[in-house]
Design a protein around this ligand. Structure first.
Ligand code: G3P
Length: 226
């Protein structure tokens, strides 16, 4: 499983990147709005994120257009920001059409706001490089977000979409809208390719009380014999 950071906060990204386990970043308009007030502009901000994480780490930047031609135009512009920029497109008819066109041009798309197996299958067929099912938001409406991701992982793994994606790369499922370290555990067990996590969850993932107690006792004992 790879870990992406779900944030637009440059300090969080720098810190997480320094930990050595970060493989990408996902953003959305809400995350950008949280930090956007102090910045030069969206595209400049995405460029800075792409630069911080480096060319091997994909950075998803979301389009907000609602018609396919505008999504296509925005997608081309966002993809041109950096080689690791990925265009995030909502799962909807216009988004599917634009995804197909972007993929045919060699542009990687992350289809977002995906909640069902049929949506995921359509996204995969349209050439999405990534599919992002949301867990927390599904839980929020009294559905089972984890079960839905498990179903999506199982369904997409029944097929080979490589002929469909940019450069024949493997299509990957990004478990998104993650709210807890246990979400990460369950996603890893079900074989989700990627978990995109807020920085707060990433910090919790590192910690365990027995790890902390063990470090403390080892340090105390070392003091006695060093
Ligand atoms: O990547 C977008 C997704 O992770 C949003 O999460 O917590 O706002 O539902 P949340």
């Amino acid at each position: 499983m790879k870990f992406f950071l779900d944030t637009a906060d440059l300090d969080e990204i720098k810190e997480a990147a320094s930990w050595g386990a970060l493989a990408g970043v996902t953003t959305n308009p809400t995350l950008y709005a949280r930090v956007g007030g102090k910045l030069a502009g969206f595209e400049d901000h995405i460029a800075r994120i792409c630069d911080i994480v480096g060319p091997e780490c994909p950075v998803s930047a979301e389009t907000v257009a609602m018609d396919r031609d505008q999504i296509l135009e925005d997608g081309r512009r966002l993809a041109a920001i950096a080689p690791n920029a990925v265009v995030k497109v909502p799962t909807m008819v216009e988004g599917l059409a634009a995804t197909r066109a972007l993929a045919d041009e060699g542009i990687r798309v992350n289809m977002t706001l995906c909640f069902t197996v049929p949506q995921a299958m359509l996204a995969a067929r349209a050439g999405a490089r990534y599919i992002s099912p949301f867990i927390g938001r599904f839980d929020d409406i009294s559905e089972d977000g984890l079960e839905q991701v498990a179903n999506i992982v199982e369904a997409v793994n029944n097929y080979d979409f490589t002929a469909n994606t940019v450069n024949g790369e493997k299509m990957e499922v990004i478990a998104a809208s993650i709210r807890s370290a246990n979400h990460v555990t369950q996603c890893a067990l079900m074989g989700a390719d990627v978990a995109t996590v807020p920085f707060g969850v990433l910090k919790k993932m590192v910690k365990h009380p027995l790890t902390e107690a063990g470090i403390e006792s080892f340090l105390n004992d070392w003091e006695k014999v060093k």
